[in-house]
Design a protein around this ligand. Structure first.
Ligand code: SF4
Length: 261
């Protein structure tokens, strides 16, 4: 596991960053975070979900054979990209040997290959791949984030873990409010979390939130447009449920909604 404040490129924490140990700490420390850097640093040392803390650190210790020489991040993975993003891409949670290894969401796994390939084609990323936190990749007008920050076993956080992590995501959405004009939400889990965060932070969310559907585009009165997209998981990309053309189309629509040329 990478210790806070030891010089890792995506590390926004220091040795003195306050640590959340229980859900109430998450509420308090997220609410008092004054910037995205603050949210990122504080959430990256969070220990409020015992099952996920054990799992992420165990995976970081045992590793996958193919990555035996890597030092795994093994901590919560935060959002990253343009702090004044006009487009926000929302996933689910880090992959055990992807973000939990590289310290950057969607970096170092097949899902990321798909997403960064599409972001690059859309002019929203400087490189078509994202292999490590040292690769020089940059996002343009865009931030990628996630409603659950620790890698969950079988990619399935429990409802309690989702709710415990929600204040980090909510505060991030709140801090992005002045600039964010389009949310691209990958899958139903992120869809529900995004609506909940937008509602809690003052956006004009309809009483009945529309059900997740790929390609659905919901402009909010005076707020961002929310677009649904199938998740870039291998389950969807290998089976052709999500094609490159479908992903490209959603990103082009997000750019139009966000006024990004
Ligand atoms: S999932 Fe979220 S709330 Fe739970 S330990 Fe990880 S960062 Fe903290």
């Amino acid at each position: 596991m990478i210790r806070p404040g030891t010089g890792f490129p995506t590390d926004r924490a220091t040795r003195t960053t306050p640590v959340a140990h229980v859900p109430a700490d998450v509420g308090r420390l997220s609410a008092s975070a004054v910037s995205l850097l603050h949210v990122d640093g504080r959430s990256s040392v969070c220990r409020a979900c015992p099952r996920l803390v054990t799992w992420r650190e165990e995976v970081a210790e045992t590793k996958r054979a193919a990555f035996a020489d890597d030092r795994y991040w093994g901590r919560p993975v935060t959002g990253w990209g343009d702090p004044r993003a006009r487009i926000v891409v929302v996933g689910l949670a880090p992959a055990a040997h992807g973000g939990n290894r590289t310290g950057r969401i969607f970096t170092g796994d097949r899902s990321g290959d798909w997403l960064f390939g599409a972001l690059h084609r859309a002019g929203l990323a400087t490189q078509p791949t994202s292999t490590s936190a040292y690769d020089g990749q940059e996002l343009l007008h865009t931030r990628i984030t996630l409603p659950v920050r620790c890698a969950p076993p079988a990619n399935r956080p429990t409802p309690l873990e989702r709710d415990t992590c929600a204040p980090w995501f909510r505060r991030e959405v709140e801090l992005l409010r002045p600039t964010a004009r389009a949310y691209v939400v990958l899958g139903g889990f992120g869809w529900a979390s995004t609506w909940s965060a937008l509602r809690a932070t003052g956006s004009a969310v309809p009483d009945r939130v529309p059900r997740f559907r790929h390609g659905l585009e919901v402009p909010l009165d005076g707020g961002p447009t929310v677009l649904g997209c199938y998740h870039v998981s291998q389950q969807n990309t290998f089976t052709g449920r999500l094609t490159e053309a479908m992903l490209d189309d959603v990103l082009e629509r997000a750019k139009a909604a966000a006024g990004v040329s």
